[in-house]
Write a protein that binds this ligand. Sequence first.
Ligand SMILES: [Zn+2]
Ligand SMILES: [Zn+2]
Length: 337
Amino acid sequence: MEDAAIEKTRQRNIAGIIIALIFSCAVIIFFYIKSRHPLYWPRIRSFALGPLDTWPRKGITNFNSYGAYLYSLAGILLVDFLVLRERSAIASLLKFRKSERTDLVVGTASIFGLSLTIPTVLTGGATAFIPQYLTRWRLNFIDGIPSIYVQIVIWLVALDFFHYWWHRAMHQSEVLWQFHAFHHSATTFTIFTGNRIHPIETLMSVVLVSIPMLFVGAPTSSIFLFLFIRRLFDMAQHSFIPATFGSFGKWIIFSPVGHRIHHSDKPRHFDSNYGNIFSFWDHIFGTWYEGDDINETIGIPNNDFNQNGIVSDLVSPFANAGKVIRNKARRRPLYPS
Ligand SMILES: [Zn+2]
Ligand SMILES: [Zn+2]
């Protein structure tokens, strides 16, 4: 019992040291960049506050952003309810158990644009600033294509390619998995589950997915539309609706069942179906789940999340990642032969 208490204190200390280190780096980066770029602070402010910053002026029904998001959220929730009834996202949310509570909190934070706040603060605004800074070098590859439909398809295919590898890395690296496990710790799909992303995962995907995407480019006028289409897929895929979309779902667009298999708590489904929008990446790179056994439950084995509240769920991955790194260091021989 005492050992467990000591271990817990040690984990807390490690989490504290990691957060302090990230925060110190953030402060240094913040003052360094701020002194060089006068527009830095206004940009960071609008990025961190999201719609809270623009709401009074733009209004919630501004198609480009929140109106479209809220209406489609309502539409998907309705379809989900009509098909699933007592297993629907609304029914689950009303039960207000711990997994659903987390989904509600992250879903609300996302609606208000606040899910980017923690990564922005943690990096002193670097996540907001670096992509904007890099736009001056971007290739704008798709800007020159006249058809917006072709642009959207190329943009989504490229995005999904980067996302596929980043997602696969999070499952295969024991350290990264500690943060991605927060997403997989959901025990029910509630539409908001797609937003259940640990801030460290958001932060790293800015570097590994958003920055490469700058070189693919996207016209400023339609980037919101592109992001919105992507968000629609994400919401629909985190539904328990038993739709596989047949061959279309198998070879082209991911279905809710395809993504449900990715969230399975059954080992036979592990390490499969990493794609987000398109299913062909999983066929090309050999990770498509070929069986026809569909899981009725989702989650992770030995799920320690959803027990002590969302703050603990956000902090514990740091301690777990620290533990993995320490164990790895301990296992490594000092003088490799
Ligand atoms: Zn995953
Ligand atoms: Zn998911």
